[in-house]
Design a binder for this molecule. Structure first.
Ligand code: NDP
Ligand SMILES: O=C(O)C1=N[C@H](C(=O)O)C[C@H](O)C1
Length: 251
């Protein structure tokens, strides 16, 4: 039996991950972490990871960057592998995650869906071939509740394009205050927020007389929960410290 802790268990993703775990006979949710304890849950909910003293095989986190310090301390104290799916970390927090991964196993991905992780490979291939002469723009769309912008996925896509396009790049998030033609080194990233859009990402390669677009649409949160649970099953088999990601699961 795989014993899972869900961090952010009362939130939208936390509840979808809970349902998926409860439907899996090999998985047991042993605890949740969230701001408030919730009386309607089938497992204990702690407002601080330090309050948990039981056994667990992995923590799946869909919460907030504000939870990171407590989670990394918990990982260091318990050696329980951590799956970080939260987005919106500051560069300092990303460095903290890297430092913690030298001591404990940490899996991190801004997008746990299979489709986006295949898209990243397509983006690298397209950027290698087209990146020198085509302009790269990324558009992401999410629900009105989302607080971080651009999405963690948009940044992952930009990083994939930047790593493969063969020239210096600069991410441009705002064209409002600039009155000048587009520079070759720019990768434009635009964020749309509205309604209940689960998550859409589009990358545009715009060249002379030709445009190529690659697009991913999430129709439900289950695709993310499914990937996170796969990651937890994988991490439960890992002993060595390190920073793991979806490329280990998408072959
Ligand atoms: N990697 C991926 O594939 C995906 C990542 N995400 C990311 O997951 C995160 C959560 O998304 P979503 O479920 O929609 O958001 P929600 O706001 O619905 O849920 C987040 C939950 O975490 C709680 N929370 C906030 N701060 C803390 C804290 N310091 N400690 C513990 N719990 C805390 C919130 O409580 P309260 O409401 O009281 O603040 C809430 O219950 C976001 O960063 C999102 O971008 C989302 C989908 C896919
Ligand atoms: O907040 C969300 O909902 C999502 N966030 C992730 C991100 O920031 O990329 C992934 C997904 O698109 C849903």
């Amino acid at each position: 039996m795989l014993k899972i802790i869900i961090s952010g268990c009362n939130g939208h993703m936390g509840r979808v991950v809970t349902s998926l775990c409860e439907a899996d006979p090999q998985v047991q949710v042993v605890a949740g972490f969230d701001v408030l304890g919730a009386s309607d849950r089938e497992f204990p909910v702690y407002s601080s990871p330090a309050q948990f003293h039981g056994e667990a095989d992995a923590v799946i986190d869909f919460s907030s960057p504000a939870a990171l310090d407590g989670l990394l301390s918990f990982a260091r104290d318990t050696r329980i592998p951590m799956i970080l799916a939260t987005t919106g970390y500051t560069p300092e927090q990303v460095a903290q995650i890297g430092a913690a991964a030298l001591e404990v196993p940490i899996f991190r991905s801004a997008n746990m869906s299979l489709g986006i992780n295949v898209l990243l490979e397509l983006v690298k291939k397209a950027s290698t071939v087209l990146g020198d002469s085509y302009d790269i723009e990324i558009i992401e769309r999410h629900h009105r509740r989302k607080v971080d912008a651009p999405s963690g996925t948009a940044l992952m896509i930009a990083d994939a394009a930047a790593s493969a396009c063969g020239h210096e790049t600069e991410y441009v998030f705002d064209r409002h205050s600039v009155r000048q033609p587009r520079d070759k080194k720019e990768i434009g990233i635009s964020a749309v927020r509205g309604g209940t859009i689960v998550g859409e990402h589009e990358i545009i390669f715009a060249g002379h007389d030709e445009v190529m677009e690659i697009r991913h649409i999430a129709h439900s949160r289950e695709i993310f929960a499914k990937g996170a649970l796969e990651a937890a099953k994988f991490m439960a088999t890992v002993d060595a410290p390190g920073l793991y990601d979806m490329s280990m699961l998408v072959k």
